[in-house]
Ligand binder design. Sequence first.
Ligand code: 39S
Ligand code: ZN
Length: 767
Amino acid sequence: MVQSSVLGFPRIGGQRELKKATESYWGGKSSVEDLLEVGKNLRAKNWTAQKEAGVDIIPSNDFSYYDQVLDLSLLFNAIPERYTKYDLAPIDVLFAMGRGLQKKATDSTPAVDVTALEMVKWFDSNYHYVRPTFSHSTEFKLNTAAGIKPVDEFNEAKALGIQTRPVILGPVSYLYLGKADKDSLDLDPISLLPKLIPVYKELLAKLKEAGAEQVQIDEPILVLDLPESVQSKFKEAYDALVSSDAPEIILATYFGTVVPNLKAIENLPVAGFHFDFVRNPEQLEQVASILNGNQTLSAGVVDGRNIWKTDFAKASEVVNKAIEKVGKDKVVVATSSSLLHTPVDLETETKLPAEIKDWFSFATQKLDEVVTIAKNVSGEDVADKLEANAKSIKARKESSITTNPKVQERLTTINEGLATRKAAFPERNAEQQKKYNLPLFPTTTIGSFPQTKEIRVSRNKFAKGQITADEYEQFINQEIENVVRFQEKIGLDVLVHGEPERNDMVQYFGEQLDGFAFTTNGWVQSYGSRCVRPPIIVGDVSRPKAMTVKESVYAQSLTKSPMKGMLTGPVTILRWSFPRDDVSGKIQSLQLGLALRDEVNDLEKAGITVIQVDEPAIREGLPLRAGKERSDYLNWAAQSFRVATSGVENSTQIHSHFCYSDLDPNHIKALDADVVSIEFSKKDDPNYIQEFSDYPNHIGLGLFDIHSPRIPSKQEFVSRIEEILKVYPANKFWVNPDCGLKTRGWTEVQESLTNMVDAAKDFRAKY
Ligand code: 39S
Ligand code: ZN
């Protein structure tokens, strides 16, 4: 009997219970016990759902109160000293590292003021992990202050009668995905491996003692281009970790092919491997050849990254090929990656048209998929399920919803001319300077202002028909006016309307574009307690009518300062939606580019002549390995952006914005935006700043971290600007936060922005 396996399950809960509990704890509205109780119930629920679905290999330690990588930093004692000075409870240390902490002193406790660790994208997904941050004084050991999470959760499941397979990020990936702290920039994290291995050994021994037979150790960096010096570390690590004192190790990779790194894993003494055959089915041939005859081959055939129903026939074919190579008793049918990246349950979607809903499969449905495929390849009778599945797959292929001949025809009109501005940057810049007459160090924000409880409640009422469209519009207009008046008061130069009307920067557009479906409860964790509801691209995309003009025009009518129109770019809409799998990313992105071009042109016509088209996801979309696929991507990504933004006059100023990733300035040059703003406040490496000084157009290097409630002082802004000015020229220097302010509260925003603008004014006086 071929076994079925899941690499990880979403932990936020079907009704975002975890989000609500964490935010309530942070807000001082509930106790830590309440939070832990919610966590415990969610874990039990997830394990039980998997058990009941018939999944053979069920993960544990896939749960986290913030981020699974951050959990390891806490457990391994990789806690920078600045978080250890306040006598915080372990879970508060965890949250302080994840989101920073600032607390006024009380009679009994000292003031606390620490920034968060850097948060970056998890490979090419929209999930963010907290970057392990090491210094020369990092001393790895098992930090048992809060128990030993992987062991405790294993025992918790066992007590429910469920045997699980703990999941842990492997030591090579853990170090490689980390970075040196600012006081130890000469430290190469991977050099810490010999010090880390004994701690993993100790942890594995404890899991074995607790009764774990197998562990899933993830080494996702094996799908990246790795230097020889890192490739060789796998042998060193796994020769040491495999032992009779440790559970069997299944080494898991996902999100790509390991073939270029085959050497790194071919003689590892592990009990088996997991590979992603959704992304790269062709790697089967080569990966099967390195197995030693005793090793398990876990075949990832159910997509952990998208919501389309698995084609049972196709998936079974891949698994059968694997069986041919290594034998039935050595193959496991698995999800391609953790299901963290998919919404919890399709059943709770009551508003999706039945025809479309039948094409989807969310995490809960995917449990049944792995089980069914495993049964099928084992020779069990699942004929009715196969038949129903084949019917859905065929219906989607033949549906008229997916094709729009007009869109396809318009796509053929795209050429270089359509994707090129009328003049080059120097000429545009001169015209823009004449038109707007902005001072040196112009100040602006990235677009969103606090999405308050009040705003969300009002939108919710409108959606439920409890208030009228007029009432909702009036409410939104009042919000816009407040945001405009505030910006005028503190003296910002280029204003925004604050986006109170938007639920999310991608979903908002998805809901207005043709070719999309959207969910009412399809939440996916993005970082910490924050979730997104990715819209789903089901067919050819077009824009039936203007999407943002009304709010921008209203905002501009309130002020003489330039008002920025705010759009999300084609690549980002594509990346943060669930994309089609029947059409290339390039085609979807160009269709979005055309739809947005209409919007940009409409904004300009309506008098909005500073327009920001955000592309924060452009970097994460970069194929994980260098090569033709990557250069192709960069070409079509930039082309889509330029299709969207090149229909305007020279004097119209196009902005763009990027965040969440290490950015290569070369990748954004090709967009030819007049002004870009990038996340920068957590970048400490002077070489990184240097790289941006060659960027030809204007650039705003983000000056404060918007993920943290912490308020930087004016002096802090001054110091940071001074530091950047050492390598970055004053005449291209915009002043702005790292990113949009929607997740922050008004008090923090008011103080931070005031300090930021005041600092800019000082420099203006000096230069
Ligand atoms: N990806 C996307 N799609 N969007 C982004 O902004 C980003 N930014 C980056 C990278 N990836 C992104 C970082 N990620 C949020 C989410 C992701 C982020 C940053 C921020 C965020 O703030 N999410 C909100 C959250 O988790 C939800 C936003 C949303 O869709 O809290 N809100 C809806 C709305 O405003 C629904 C709000 C809601 O919860 O309409 N309503 C309540 C309910 O449904 C009812 C109202 C209430 O009582 O509060 O229960
Ligand atoms: Zn951003």
